[in-house]
Write a protein that binds this ligand. Structure first.
Ligand SMILES: NC(=O)c1ccc[n+]([C@@H]2O[C@H](COP(=O)([O-])OP(=O)(O)OC[C@H]3O[C@@H](n4cnc5c(N)ncnc54)[C@H](OP(=O)(O)O)[C@@H]3O)[C@@H](O)[C@H]2O)c1
Length: 465
């Protein structure tokens, strides 16, 4: 019986497209819990590829070369455990399970350790780029058993997106390093998406621009930004609704959903004691958007059409600066979180390499990743991107301008959480003096929590009254 190089379980959007991608260069067997989905895939999508469908798990495993390499592209959470359990009776020592879904990094650590006891090697692999990326080349973020990675690296490199610097995949580190980096990638994505949403909101409500016009502006800006998220925002603004002929963006309900990776980034950052306010703003803004009916009720009580009067010609360059500034800060927060996590979990992350594999095949690909790589090439131990010469002067200049949109947004009753958070993050990070002396005094006042002094070593407590 012919043996296939790799097997893939899970034929939903991502799995189908990744299987077709892998099949361009390697033989692959596929399996899905619901048989009808496999049959439809084989009938509608598979043409002459070296791709075999299996309808029983045992046959699926038996059709693979040893050591077996099995990629899971299934719903994150409990299903991954269930599928691993159902595979185990058919696996042998040395076989490799690759979880390509958005699993929580704690789950990946647990699975990796459990499977190590059974001599099954495990890789937690973040895959970005959505449906298009999965088919045409995603950014792939693998972590886990390094020796196992060496055995699948050729398949990963052939499937990944490619720039002139190489394939957008790189072994990132032990244990859950891959899934952690993917989670932070998604966190940065939440931050930049919200920044774009706020700039759009300012354009439509304060500058009173129409979607078509905003589409032109985002497209023009993107000649400089070279950012996937700016590019799709420009295209979204231009899209007509076939039913009504109106712009589709005006017809989409303002209630954002989320699947959890942004929230996990914030939870992990809090656990590690690192602030990521711009990313957090992205998560919070989605939560605020979700309570639409409550917002509608409240709006009726606070009806206010005050709008700051500003010059479009004056404000558009400021909005562009805000987009640059807050995007850089979202990456800055993300890399800071990666650095903290790498030290805490011993991931030994290479930040320059992470920025390189994000240059294509992923949602946060943008022209900013080039200077980020340069900054880490200059100093791999860089504490924060804001001090890198690639960003320092530009951030400072943009920060001075942004004040104009923050005040005029506030005058117009417009929330600008992510842009504001980015500015606060920058201002905090470059402040020699923060008012935490008062916080310490208050803590000591009501809870005898003690404090340190500037003029003397030691721990102090005062009887305040
Ligand atoms: N969609 C994206 O743009 C995107 C981007 C990056 C990463 N991801 C991640 O990639 C993974 C796959 O995403 P997706 O959107 O293609 O699919 P999904 O909707 O997250 O998951 C559906 C797949 O999981 C299988 N599944 C669910 N519960 C199962 C169970 N108890 N036992 C066996 N199989 C089970 C389904 O099989 P049945 O057909 O039998 O129900 C189906 O193949 C997820 O972890 C997702 O978070 C998605």
């Amino acid at each position: 019986m012919k043996k296939y190089e790799i097997g893939l379980i899970g034929l939903s959007v991502m799995g189908q497209n990744l299987a077709l991608n892998i099949a361009r260069n390697h033989s692959i067997a596929v399996y899905n819990r619901t048989e009808s989905k496999t049959r439809a895939f084989m009938k509608d999508k598979v043409k002459n590829q070296d791709l075999k469908a299996a309808y029983e798990l045992e046959d699926f495993v038996a059709s693979l070369e040893k050591p077996r390499k099995i990629m899971l592209m299934i719903k994150a959470g409990k299903p991954v455990d269930l599928v691993i359990d159902s595979l185990l009776p058919y696996l042998e020592a040395g076989d490799i399970i690759i979880d390509g879904g958005n699993s929580h990094f704690d789950d990946t650590n647990r699975r990796l350790n459990n499977l190590k006891e059974k001599d099954i090697r495990y890789l937690g692999v973040g895959i970005s780029g959505g449906e298009y990326g999965a088919l045409h080349g995603p950014s792939i973020m693998p972590g886990g058993n390094e020796e196992a990675y060496a055995e699948v690296s050729e398949i990963m490199e052939d499937a990944a997106a490619r720039t002139e610097k190489g394939a957008c995949v790189s072994y990132l580190g032990p244990n859950s390093a891959g899934h952690y980096v993917k989670m932070v990638h998604n966190g940065i994505e939440y931050g930049i998406m919200e920044v774009l949403a706020e700039i759009y909101d300012y354009m439509r409500k304060v500058l009173q621009l129409k979607p078509e016009e905003m589409g032109d502006i985002f497209a023009e800006w993107n000649q400089e930004f070279d950012s996937y998220l700016v590019e799709i925002t420009a295209k979204i603004m231009k899209k007509d609704d076939p039913k009504t002929g109106r712009k589709l963006i005006d017809l989409i309900l303002d209630k954002a959903k989320h699947k959890g990776t942004g929230k996990w980034s914030v939870q992990s950052a809090l656990d590690l004691g690192t602030a990521i306010p711009t990313i957090n703003a992205g998560v919070n803004a989605r939560l605020m958007s979700a309570i639409k009916s409550e917002r509608v009720e409240n709006a009726a009580q606070f009806a206010d059409d005050t709008r700051a009067v500003v010059s479009k010609d004056e404000m558009l360059p400021v909005l562009k600066s805000a987009l640059y500034f807050a995007s850089v800060i979202a990456y800055t927060e993300g890399f800071k979180l990666l650095k903290t996590a790498s030290e805490e979990y011993n991931y030994q992350l290479n930040y320059k390499e992470i920025a390189r594999i994000w240059e294509d095949g992923c949602i946060i690909r943008s022209g900013l990743l080039e200077p980020i790589q340069a900054a880490f090439a200059d100093d791999m131990q860089l504490k924060t991107l804001i001090t890198a010469h690639q960003f320092k002067a530009q951030l400072n200049a943009a920060a001075e301008e942004i004040e104009k949109i923050i005040t005029t947004a506030a005058q117009s009753g417009l929330p600008l959480t992510a842009v504001h958070s980015a500015l606060d993050y920058f201002n905090s990070l470059k402040s020699e003096e923060l008012p935490a002396n008062l916080i310490q005094a208050q803590r000591d006042f009501f809870g005898a929590h003690t404090y340190q002094r500037r003029d003397e070593d030691g721990i102090f407590h005062t009887e305040w009254e």
